[in-house]
Design a protein around this ligand. Structure first.
Ligand SMILES: [Zn+2]
Ligand SMILES: [Zn+2]
Length: 183
């Protein structure tokens, strides 16, 4: 699967400036183009069809849209402020298909131990960008990386996200270059 254009679909009202920052980051890291589209542009379903007890059933949502992605859309990254539910994971920040075209990220835990102060909102945005890059990395075929500084490193607590960088290590960049070169 070669992802050239990614459409970000907010599941609630999310600050335009935040979405814009994500778009810039994803374009910079992956050399793709990204834009923002609405839920209504991709589905006739109600968003609540994919929700149980305030959480999005992320695996189901990702699987559904990967099979029902509109022809004109190349890839989707959902973003939600709600928590995610999966039968496999307990607490997580996002999910994406490996080598796929649909992923989701949640801000639900990313505010943990942060206040409303401006320095903290910088940390929040930084965490969110890293999680977006991480999930899109999966869409482009990257698996988890052992390098603790690499964005593809698996983060446990939200504070673990702060330790890693927002970019790919040399090895992951290499993998990405090789995959994109062959497709
Ligand atoms: Zn991951
Ligand atoms: Zn890496």
């Amino acid at each position: 699967m070669s992802l050239k254009k990614l459409s970000i679909v907010p599941l609630e009202i999310i600050d335009e400036r935040i979405i814009h920052q994500l778009i810039l980051k994803l374009e910079e890291i992956f050399k793709i183009t990204a834009d923002q589209i609405s839920w209504d542009a991709i589905s006739k379903h109600e968003k609540s069809d994919f929700k149980s007890r305030l959480k999005y059933r992320s695996t189901e949502l990702v699987n559904y849209f990967s099979q029902n992605i509109p022809e004109e859309i190349n890839g989707i990254l959902f973003i939600t402020i709600s928590d995610l539910y999966s039968p496999v994971f307990a607490r997580y920040y996002g999910e994406a298909q490996l080598n796929g075209n649909v992923g989701i990220i949640s801000t639900f835990y990313l505010n943990e131990n942060l206040s409303e102060e401006s320095q903290d909102s910088v940390i929040f945005l930084s965490r969110l960008k890293k999680e977006a890059v991480h999930e899109v990395g999966h869409l482009l075929g990257l698996t988890h990386c052992m390098d603790s500084n690499c964005v593809m490193n698996l983060s446990g607590k939200p504070s673990d996200i702060d330790i890693k960088s927002s970019s790919l290590c040399k090895k992951c960049s290499e993998v990405l270059r090789n995959t994109t070169a062959t497709v």
